[in-house]
Ligand binder design. Structure first.
Ligand code: OSB
Ligand code: MG
Length: 371
């Protein structure tokens, strides 16, 4: 694969509804996209970091720096046999997984077009449709949250995840369960608690939650393993898992029973597949997390979610929940039974809407191959 040109673009789009977690509220998104031209084909990737270094240390600014000063020059220095070979070249960089994922994933898009198969198939995906859940942020009032849950349950989504933090947890879950006794429900704390809250967290056991996501430190596994021994509710790790190696260690010490895989957080499709394979061999269920992606990142998530170990509904949901108009055609839609059909066309299976992208682009830089 000979890369001819790489373009970095920053787009800005307001969310249809604010999204609030234990670390803050997001109303407007800034997203770095990457367009790669190679072998006469065009591939797209998305950097899935937040605007602020709260979920992880990466931001649009750090990603732009790491990509333009390191990863892009390396990608242009020679030809590549596969996207995995490029990912291997990135090894000297410590961390910055979301930056490297964007570039590697764009090459996966190109490679699947080159082979004339859907990206899902190239990755080894087998599911023809993926089960979908939604992640619902902290709202201004409990009533507004119940209203939001009602809308998503009626739309057919297979499970509801709500964000929790101290002061927005037991009472909220109590209210949800009294109105929705039967739904598949889980809670995501985004590291809002410590081991000192152990008695409090044990009370989550009353709500028949599928899991509690990342209750303790964003970089911790040891305390999570202590907590899991005391907790009936399965723990799912998100922030703490950056590789298959991390997953192996977490499983070995009993820090979780479920893992949320995010393409950006683990550094791209090659690493995500390794992590998936490891969890599958160990019978640890995985599901695909979300980062309020635009259509490009969402399409990559859909392809990954067709791998056979993605047995639980993920956070990959319809475009309309985020954007008045997404940047791909068609937009991502969800069936009445809460599934997204895996596209059957070669590549991502969704077409980037260039006019729409142009309209929301605020910064652009082009890197040409001069070899
Ligand atoms: O912890 O899963 C998370 C969004 C931004 C940062 C972290 C998380 C989330 C979500 C949203 O839960 C999932 C989505 O709808 O994209
Ligand atoms: Mg999470």
């Amino acid at each position: 694969m000979k890369i001819e040109q790489i373009e970095l673009l920053e787009i800005q789009m307001p969310l249809v509804h604010f999204f609030e977690t234990s670390f803050g509220r997001t109303t407007d998104r800034r997203i770095v996209l990457l367009r790669v031209r190679a072998d006469g084909l065009t591939g797209w990737g998305e950097v899935t970091c937040g605007e602020k270094p709260f979920y992880s240390y990466e931001t649009p600014g750090t990603a732009w720096h790491i990509l333009s000063d390191f990863l892009i020059p390396w990608a242009l220095e020679r030809d590549w046999d596969s996207p995995a070979a490029l990912a291997e070249r990135f090894r000297p960089v410590r961390g910055h997984n979301m930056a490297r994922a964007a570039l590697e994933n764009a090459l996966w898009d190109i490679e699947s077009q080159r082979q004339g198969v859907p990206l899902a198939q190239l990755l080894g995906g087998t599911l023809e449709e993926i089960p979908c859940g939604v992640s619902i942020g902290i709202q201004n009032t409990p009533e507004e949250l119940l209203e939001k849950i009602r809308i998503e349950v009626d739309a057919g989504y297979q499970r509801i995840k709500v964000k929790i933090r101290p002061g927005w947890d037991l009472k909220i879950l109590e209210a949800i369960r009294s109105e929705f006794p039967e739904i598949r429900l889980m809670a995501d704390a985004n590291s809002a608690y410590t081991l000192a809250d152990i008695e409090h967290l044990k009370r989550l056991g009353r709500f028949d939650l599928m899991m509690v996501e990342q209750p303790l430190g964003w970089d911790d596994m040891v305390d999570h393993s202590r907590l899991q021994r005391e907790l009936k509710t399965p723990i799912c790790l998100d922030e703490s898992i950056h590789s298959a190696e991390d997953a192996r260690k977490a499983i070995e010490i009993g820090a979780c029973r479920i893992i949320n895989i995010k393409l950006g957080r683990v550094g791209g499709h090659s690493a995500a597949r390794k992590l998936h394979d490891l969890c599958r061999a160990q019978n640890v269920p995985v599901w695909c997390g979300g980062m309020l992606e635009s259509g490009i990142g969402r399409a990559h998530n859909i392809a990954m979610s067709t791998l056979p170990g993605f047995v639980l509904p993920g956070d990959v949901s319809g475009s309309r929940r985020y954007w008045s108009q997404d940047i791909i055609d068609p937009e991502v839609t969800v069936s009445a039974k809460g599934t997204i059909a895996a596209p059957r066309k070669p590549g991502l299976g969704y077409v980037p809407n260039l006019a729409r992208i142009e309209k929301v682009t605020v910064r652009k830089e082009t890197f040409e191959n001069r070899r």
